[in-house]
Design a protein around this ligand. Structure first.
Ligand SMILES: [Zn+2]
Ligand SMILES: [Zn+2]
Ligand SMILES: [Zn+2]
Length: 123
């Protein structure tokens, strides 16, 4: 059985678009010029003393869940120890999302760098 399909079956509805007139077209800001200035991170510059490490012997979540980590990161705000983004759990990043604590420090021996999640800068 051959169903005949007409390309134009059914009435074509004419859409009447309402044109909303903007009475005040001048209130929005006109785009940035030349993008952002070199990011200046107030979090890394902050002189609030860092929290000491929590004392966990590894990533706190991985220890609870029995997971494994690759590298460790310490939250400078509360001392939470979490695993890096090369680890399956990515618990340092998860900690940032859970708490909004912006800065981590490497918790690897001999590594001194810090990272701000908010501004995405190292320092
Ligand atoms: Zn920052
Ligand atoms: Zn972990
Ligand atoms: Zn924290």
């Amino acid at each position: 059985m051959l169903a005949s399909v007409h390309p134009h079956n059914g009435p074509i509805k004419t859409v009447h678009r309402k044109v909303i007139k903007s009475e005040s077209g001048s209130s929005h800001t006109i785009g940035w010029k030349g993008g952002r200035e070199m990011a200046k991170c107030e979090h890394l510059a902050s002189d609030i003393p860092e929290a000491p490490p929590s004392g966990a012997e590894g990533c706190e979540e991985c220890l609870k869940l029995g997971g494994r980590w690759v590298h460790l990161r310490k939250c400078t705000a509360c001392g939470h120890i979490g695993c890096c983004d090369s680890s399956p759990g990515r618990h340092a990043t998860a900690h940032y999302h859970a708490t909004a604590h912006p800065v981590i420090r490497s918790f690897e021996p001999g590594e001194e760098w810090r990272w701000c999640y908010v501004d995405e800068v190292a320092g």
